[in-house]
Design a protein around this ligand. Structure first.
Ligand SMILES: NC(=O)c1ccc[n+]([C@@H]2O[C@H](COP(=O)([O-])OP(=O)(O)OC[C@H]3O[C@@H](n4cnc5c(N)ncnc54)[C@H](OP(=O)(O)O)[C@@H]3O)[C@@H](O)[C@H]2O)c1
Length: 242
């Protein structure tokens, strides 16, 4: 099969399309023909070894000290199941699915094998493969952190990076949890984040949050652009910091 491979850290030019062996499945795995995959902000950071200073060594130990451990990048995919292992119960050949391969990566390829109990679900019929492939990382990351913040009905939530893959899900999930959402993004994305349900929008290119008089129960910075002291000032007194 064809796959993108990344054999060293560096700029996009380190990526090559090449022939590799098609994955074999175990008894509890499915083989998926991938119709759509993604390149996330995380994939870009990993390829270029752009890790925060403090986390550089732990990240390199985790993902590969001198070169990426997993040669085929990509962790989001949507496609069709072509073969199932003999113990697989939840899926059958022909099912259209979308999923997340996690830190084993391997999604920027023609085929991938995934455990049937992994992050894998049938694709809603009203979603294209392209739409479905772009769901897992943003949606799961947003859900994880909003749950950790013990989000509750009626709270006020401020979301930094609201127009990104994590931020767009954070807005929709925060609204689902019954909160009042203020979304921060650049000028060209203001209408977009408003359409996703944000009650208020702030253009970070025009407004200085340091002068903001409002306070929030939860501040979710999806891009690490806020200052800790500023966030602390913008938090309600009884809010917890995670
Ligand atoms: N650890 C994990 O599991 C995990 C998972 C997913 C993502 N991440 C990380 O989380 C970060 C966000 O990921 P993503 O996929 O959402 O990225 P993304 O899709 O590239 O979105 C980033 C967003 O940040 C906004 N932004 C840029 N500068 C800003 C600023 N100064 N103030 C406020 N917003 C600003 C941009 O909005 P405008 O275009 O409107 O400027 C953009 O929409 C990345 O660093 C990624 O590596 C980590």
């Amino acid at each position: 099969m064809k796959a993108i491979i990344c054999t060293k850290y560096g700029p996009p030019e380190v990526l090559q399309i090449t022939e590799v062996e098609k994955p074999k499945i175990k008894d509890d795995e499915v083989l998926i023909k991938i119709h759509a995959t993604t390149v996330t902000a995380g994939d870009v950071k990993l390829r270029s070894s752009d890790f925060p200073y403090m986390y550089w060594l732990p990240s390199r130990l985790m993902f590969g000290l001198t070169k990426p451990k997993n040669k085929i990048p990509g962790c989001e995919l949507a496609g069709e199941i072509v073969t199932i292992g003999k113990n697989v119960k939840n899926f059958k050949s022909g099912d259209q699915v979308f999923g997340y391969s996690g830190f084993t990566f391997g999604a920027n390829a023609e085929y991938i094998s995934l455990h049937e109990e992994g992050v894998l679900a049938k694709k809603p019929i009203n979603m294209s493969f392209e739409q479905a492939a772009a769901v897992p990382v943003g949606a799961l990351t947003a859900l994880h952190f909003l749950r950790r913040s013990i989000i509750q009905n009626g709270q006020k939530v401020l979301i930094y990076g609201a127009s990104g893959s994590v931020g767009t899900y954070a807005i929709q999930l925060a609204k689902y949890f019954g909160t009042e959402v203020t979304a921060l993004c650049s000028t060209s994305n203001l209408e977009f984040v408003r359409a996703l349900g944000a009650n208020e929008v702030i253009d970070y290119t025009n407004e200085d949050l340091a002068k903001c008089k409002k306070t929030y129960d939860i501040i979710f910075d999806t891009v690490g652009k806020s200052s800790f002291s500023n966030c602390k000032r913008l938090l309600n007194k009884d809010a917890s910091i995670y």
